[in-house]
Design a protein around this ligand. Structure first.
Ligand code: SF4
Length: 574
């Protein structure tokens, strides 16, 4: 057998793999194995089905079919594969902000800060209707100027997304220009994401570091369990939380932001194992959004008689409060007639401190510690799970390597959840994982500071805020500081878009698995040499398929410390 890979690093998930095999329930790992070998053309970006004359490929080893029927050659095919992903990813951010704005405008919740909320709503309107984005006012002038000079500063949906998407429809746009359109589209996503965080915080309040419970053990044996899965509007989420609290229904989340002041939700598991909570028999009802939800959830839910409701129901219902009450009522009923189903909940939960955004992340102290050499650099963990890797393994091994080398690790969204499951966000973990200097810096930030700092849900844009704060306080470009972003198990198109804008901000970014550009030397050069020249940061794509996590860590450590242990400045770290 050619393909042997451990499926997950999470023992509580492993417990259910045998159960699934015995009951012939196909899980994500089985379907992945069934898909092998993967299509090499799609994987390397050398395929296209943008029109009905295709699909077409560019064959790397034959003299015949080198170009698609319309004449797209390998470099264009590959860079357009990237553009396609970025456009789709940007739409996810626009969809979220439009949902949130609509929810707040419905006046179903009383905004925490009305003036700020109204101001943010006007910004959102401007993003959708005109060319306005808050980026110009809020982002550092040199960064904005660089983007303007390159022609990638966002100009609104019509100028950015409509035009960029037409590059896939035809024309003679070359590799470099297509790459620039990809960056422009990604910066529009950045703008929407950043605005989302601002609007959410002004309407719901600033999140503060909060202690949460994680893992399947958060599910309750003796009370109704409602699971919220994927992204959906915080307004509906809040209404569900209020109704659930009144009716004694326990709510937990998967792939959904756990912090929504004044509520917070325990996290049952993360993206890669989203099918497993159903298999405990303890989930009575699942509410799902679109983003981050695998369609397979329907089949597994049916096996265990779990009701599943889509947030789309709100379109018919209109009133989020009434819809939330219906959801909670149905969860209670479901609990009553599911009593015959045994509940197999693995014991034990992990504790995590999450939500170190804004002032609680102490950007000034972090920069000070970097200048003194107590912290040798910063790695920002992003991304979710990808079945191509053992679930959570890359993320946890990389974090261990960095922490022991006194590198501050920051995480967001699903990356935080993956790390939290193994105790990295538990304040008691500092002594176990961190080097002496890093440990001292973290304890100076507060007793409850864990090894890895979570800056909030993947929806909140807190990493952008942190970067902006660092530029403001440090009075220099991010490219001049030893800061790296890392996607050890990337998956969704929104992560591709995010990686692109992170590079545009001057942060070297490592992305696994390889993006579908590896079939084109020119596209690869565009993401490395061209990006280095223009932004001072590369989007690092490695083509080696079976690279050990330690080798990946070494690549990143070299970027941070230099081959000789020197930082970006060229000076040795103390
Ligand atoms: S757009 Fe061109 S390369 Fe793509 S499927 Fe159509 S003919 Fe083929």
């Amino acid at each position: 057998m050619e393909f042997i890979q451990k499926k997950t690093a999470d023992p509580s998930i492993e417990h259910f793999l045998d159960k699934a095999a015995e009951s012939e329930i196909s899980l994500v790992w089985d379907r992945h194995e069934g898909q092998l070998p993967e299509c090499g053309f799609c994987e390397t970006g050398l395929s296209c089905r943008d029109c009905l004359q295709g699909p077409c490929i560019s064959h790397p080893f034959r003299d015949s079919n080198k170009a698609g029927i319309c004449g797209k050659e390998r470099d264009i095919l590959a860079v357009q594969s990237l553009l396609r992903l970025v456009l789709k990813g940007t739409m996810t951010y626009l969809d979220r902000i439009s949902d949130l704005a609509e929810g707040i405008e419905s006046k179903e919740i009383k905004p925490k800060n009305k003036t700020k909320t109204d101001q943010m709503l006007r910004e959102v309107q401007s993003l959708f209707q005109r060319d306005g984005t808050g980026l110009r006012k809020e982002f550092p002038r040199p960064l904005v100027r660089r983007w303007e000079e390159m022609g990638i500063f966002p100009e609104g949906i019509t100028r950015d997304l409509f035009k960029a998407s037409q590059k896939l429809e035809g024309g003679i746009t070359d590799v470099e220009e297509t790459l620039l359109w990809s960056f422009k589209a990604s910066l529009l996503g950045c703008s929407a994401h950043w605005l989302y965080g601002r609007l959410k915080r002004s309407a719901f309040g600033e999140p503060a570091p909060t202690k949460l419970e994680l893992n399947l053990g958060v599910l309750k044996k003796e009370s109704p369990n409602l699971l919220m899965c994927g992204y959906f509007s915080p307004v509906l989420k809040r209404k569900i939380a209020e109704a659930a609290e009144r009716h004694g229904v326990h709510v937990s989340v998967v792939c959904s932001d756990p912090l929504l002041p004044p509520f917070h939700f325990p996290v049952a598991t993360n993206y890669g194992s989203q099918e497993i909570p159903c298999m405990t028999g303890a989930v009575d009802l699942i509410v799902v959004g679109d983003q981050w939800v695998n369609p397979s959830l329907m089949r597994v839910a049916k096996e265990f008689e779990v009701s599943i409701l889509s947030t789309e129901g709100l379109v018919r219902e209109k009133d989020p409060g009434r819809f939330a009450r219906q959801i909670v009522e149905q969860t209670k009923k479901s609990f009553d007639f599911r009593r015959h189903i045994p509940r197999d909940i693995p014991e034990g939960t992990e504790v995590a401190m999450m939500g170190f955004s804004g002032d609680s992340v102490h950007a000034k102290k972090i920069l000070g510690a970097m200048q003194k050499g107590q912290i040798r650099g910063v790695v920002v963990f992003c991304g979710s799970n990808n079945v191509k890797f053992t679930q959570d393994q890359e993320m946890t091994l990389l974090a261990q390597e960095f922490l022991k080398n006194d590198i501050l690790c920051i995480a967001k969204g699903e990356a935080s959840v993956a790390l939290a499951k193994y105790g990295f966000l538990n304040p008691l973990s500092r002594g176990k994982y961190c080097g002496k200097d890093l440990s001292a810096v973290l304890s100076s930030l507060g007793e409850e500071t864990p090894s890895v700092l979570d800056v909030g849900g993947g929806e909140d844009g807190a990493v952008i805020d942190l970067f902006l704060e660092m530029i403001k306080i440090g009075k220099k470009d991010l490219k001049a500081s030893p800061i790296v972003a890392c996607y050890p198990e990337a998956n969704r198109s929104s992560e591709v878009t995010e990686a692109m804008w992170t590079v545009a901000m001057g942060v070297p970014t490592y992305f696994w698995p390889a993006l579908p550009v590896t079939g084109s030397p020119k596209a690869m050069e565009g993401l490395s040499k061209f990006c280095e020249e223009k932004f001072g940061a590369k989007l690092h794509i490695t083509t080696e398929k079976k690279m050990e996590a330690r080798a990946k860590a070494n690549l990143i450590l070299e970027t941070i410390m230099g081959k000789e242990g020197y930082g970006f400045s060229g000076k040795p770290w103390k």
